[in-house]
Design a protein around this ligand. Structure first.
Ligand code: SF4
Length: 376
C-alpha cells in the first residue's frame, strides 16, 4: 500500500521561519491545479497500481484550494488509482481559511482528516512568526470543525519561540487538551537559512532561539503528553489511541509514496526523486508532458543511514534484525557497536534487538542518529 502527497505551493504571506517552497502570489493557481491534474496522469504508473492508503494535501496552504479544484483532483485520482478501505485523506489548513462555508465545502469531498496550523494560542507568538491568523481564528476553526462532526483533527504547535514563556507553553498544551484535540504535532522553532527569521537574528533585529528554553519546553511537552495519555509515536508527533497519522507513519516505515506538484518528493523503494521548486517552470514542463524532476538512486549506505535517521525518531525504534535482513550482518554489527556509548550514556536502550531513544535521548536525537551513521 502506498501514499500520495500533493504540494500546493501558495500562501497568503510568507511566515518568517518557513523554508517550504511556496509563493505569496495566487495568479498561477488555476494553471498550477491544471498541471497537478496532468501530473496525476503522467505519474499514474509510479506506484505500480498499489492500493492507496493515504493522501495528503500539504504545502504551502492547501486550504486556499476551492471545492471545485479539490473535486477535480479527486476525479483524476479515482481514474488512475484504487483507494484502500479507510483511506486517510488529510488537508493542511490555515485557521483563517476555516469558515463555516469552507467546512461545508470540505465536507463534500472525501477528506477525513484536518491538520490545522495553530502554532500558538498567543497572538504575540503569531506576530513574531509573521503568521496571518489570530488566536481567535484558531479557536473558531476548531469549534466550527468539531460542530460539523470532525473528530480527526491535528494541530501544529511550535515551542522555543523567543516570545513564548514556559508558562505560556504549558497554557498552549492545556488548551489543546481542553479542546479535545486528538493529535498534536509539536516542533521546535528551527532557524533555517534563507528565511526572514534567519536574517533578522543575524542583523540583531530579533532575539535568537534559546537552546536551554527549547530543551525545557520539550521536556514539559513530553511530561504533559504522557500525563494526558498521548502516545509519543514520533519525536514531534503525539496522539490519543486511534488517531495516529497513517501518512506520517508511512514515511517512517519506508513505504512508497508519490509526490505531486512543485518541490514534491517521491520514493519508489529504490530511488528518491523531487520535482522542480518553481511554479512557472513546473507548469511549462508539465504542459510539454515532461515531469521536471531530479532523481537520486540510493546506495546501501544511503538507505541504511536513512533508515537510522527515520526509525530512531519513532517509538518503534531501529530494528537490528531488519538491518541484518535488509542490509546484511556487516551493517547490523556496525550499528550495535556504534550504539554502545549512547546505551551506556543513557540516551539509547536496546530492547529485544530494537534500539530506541530514551526521553533524554530524544533531546539529542540528531546527534545519537549521526553516531550510528555509516560514512561512505
Ligand atoms: S509556514 Fe505554512 S503558511 Fe507559513 S509560509 Fe510556510 S507553508 Fe506558508
Amino acid at each position: 500500500m502506498a501514499g500520495i502527497y500533493f504540494h500546493i505551493p501558495f500562501c497568503r504571506k510568507r511566515c518568517s521561519y518557513c523554508n517550504f517552497y511556496s509563493t505569496a502570489s495566487l495568479t498561477s493557481k488555476e494553471a498550477l491545479v491544471g498541471a497537478i491534474r496532468k501530473e496525476i496522469l503522467l505519474q499514474r504508473d509510479y506506484l505500480r497500481r498499489e492500493h492507496i492508503k493515504t493522501i495528503y494535501f500539504g504545502g504551502g496552504t492547501p486550504s486556499l484550494l476551492s471545492y471545485e479544484e479539490i473535486s477535480t483532483i479527486f476525479d483524476d485520482l479515482h481514474k488512475y488509482h484504487t483507494f484502500s478501505e479507510n483511506v486517510e485523506i488529510t488537508i493542511e489548513c490555515n485557521p483563517e481559511d476555516i469558515t463555516k462555508f469552507k467546512i461545508d465545502e470540505i465536507k463534500r469531498t472525501p477528506i477525513n482528516r484536518i491538520s490545522l496550523g495553530v502554532q500558538s494560542f498567543f497572538d504575540e507568538d503569531l506576530n513574531f512568526l509573521k503568521r496571518t491568523h489570530t488566536v481567535k481564528n484558531s479557536l473558531n476553526a476548531i469549534k466550527f470543525l468539531q460542530d460539523k462532526g470532525y473528530k480527526n483533527i491535528s494541530i501544529d504547535l511550535i515551542f522555543g519561540i523567543p516570545s513564548l514563556k514556559n508558562e505560556n507553553w504549558i497554557y498552549n498544551l492545556e488548551t489543546a487538551f481542553y479542546l479535545q484535540i486528538p493529535h498534536i504535532s509539536a516542533y521546535s522553532l528551527t532557524v533555517e537559512n534563507k528565511t526572514l527569521l534567519y536574517s533578522q537574528i543575524k542583523k540583531g533585529k530579533t532575539k535568537a532561539v534559546d537552546e536551554k528554553k527549547v530543551i525545557e519546553q520539550f521536556e514539559m511537552l513530553m511530561k504533559m503528553m504522557k500525563f494526558n495519555n498521548f502516545i509519543h509515536y514520533e519525536i514531534s508527533n503525539f496522539c490519543l489511541d486511534g488517531f495516529m497519522s497513517i501518512h506520517n507513519s508511512n514515511y517512517w516505515k519506508n513505504e512508497k509514496y508519490l509526490g505531486i506538484g512543485p518541490s514534491a518528493h517521491s520514493f519508489d523503494g529504490i530511488s528518491r526523486q523531487w520535482n522542480i521548486d518553481n511554479n512557472t517552470k513546473y507548469i511549462e514542463s508539465i504542459e510539454q508532458n515532461v515531469i521536471p524532476f531530479s532523481v537520486e538512486t540510493l546506495s546501501s549506505i544511503d538507505k541504511y543511514n536513512e533508515y537510522i535517521m527515520v526509525s530512531l525518531r519513532t517509538m518503534w525504534g531501529c530494528d537490528i534484525d531488519y538491518i541484518k535482513h535488509n542490509f546484511g550482518e556487516k551493517f547490523s554489527k556496525y550499528c550495535l557497536n556504534q550504539a554502545k556509548n549512547n546505551i551506556r550514556g543513557g540516551l539509547l536502550i536496546n530492547y529485544m534487538n530494537k534500539l530506541s531513544l530514551t526521553d533524554r535521548g530524544k533531546l539529542f536525537a540528531d546527534r545519537v542518529a549521526s553516531d550510528l551513521f555509516m560514512v561512505k
